[in-house]
Ligand binder design. Sequence first.
Ligand code: SF4
Length: 373
Amino acid sequence: GQCAAVCPTGAVTIKNDVPSVWKAIYDDKKRVVAQIAPAVRVALGEEFGISKGENVMPLIVAAMRKIGFDEIYDTSFSADLTVIEETNEFLGKLESGAKLPLFTSCCPAWVSYVEEKHPELMPQVSTCKSPQQMFGSVIKAYAKDKYQDDEKETIVVSVMPCTAKKAEAGRAEFVTEGSKDVDIVLTTKGLADMIYESGIVFKELEPEALDMPFGMYSGAGLIFGVTGGVTEAVIRKVIKDKSHASINNVKFCGARGMEGIKEFDLPLEDGETVLKIAVVSGLGNAEQLIRKMEAGEAFYHFIEVMACPGGCIGGAGQPFGLRNTKRLRAESIYASDKQTQLRHADENPVIPDLYNTLLKDRTHELLHVHYHK
Ligand code: SF4
């Protein structure tokens, strides 16, 4: 059965999905495939006495293998796909003169907010599925192809910093060929509970690597976990000069930092276009910006919105952290990004092949969504 943890404000009941994950793992007829979101790796260690912000991804992988997950992948992979799709959508709109700004769509709490409070803005919200949902639909299609002859059912479990991701995975729009893109969503704290329940001594695990091919990602996908990350990833794709120095310099564009509203201009290399960009975290700040636009006091081409202050590193599914903890988590994500060999989404070597095979004629179906509400 399902256990339930009740929100102290009485506003929401958050489903505890740990029992259903155990059930799937012990079921011989199920192949349990996991995806881990960028923000999880810099927060989970705190639960086990590891210093704040430390990237413990290799230990998470080791723990999840011991627990019994069959394949373990990284949501940063599908974040790379999101960057590619969203940048194409943005440049297409810019070229055709469609109504801008384009709002990002990775944060389900933001998408629900627009549906409820500003339905008139829905056509300007990117049609890209969030990385969680893109991962789910891609992996299900991939597994269907790869494991044609075996009877096992593929179950996608995502480990997310977020409680809103549970509701997102449950939406009717995210069912492909009768199967949910993402079956079960665990929060960071939910995964910590499973590790405790297994008696694993997390700190003493030997580090392990993710599975291939969907354990491959670029730093652009990784920085989705911090406010400004999606924007910076999109800019890395938009700029034509992809030299090391040029990609590094994007960090000075104005997207980084923990402020709730960041606004900056981005001159493109054509010498003519200057993009007006805003990066927002916190729904109150988003509302403030929308009012400013409605009053005609501001215009933007592109707006990133994350509901949680600081972005997903401060999500409601993470161990509780104050401002300083969030700062350490953000710094750790940026440090890990700098250490990846691949810094922009087009460098992810798994993706071109995917576009030529699995995604051929199916990008719309597998990577985009039209919300019905
Ligand atoms: Fe979830 Fe918060 Fe990230 Fe939005 S910003 S996806 S609500 S963790």
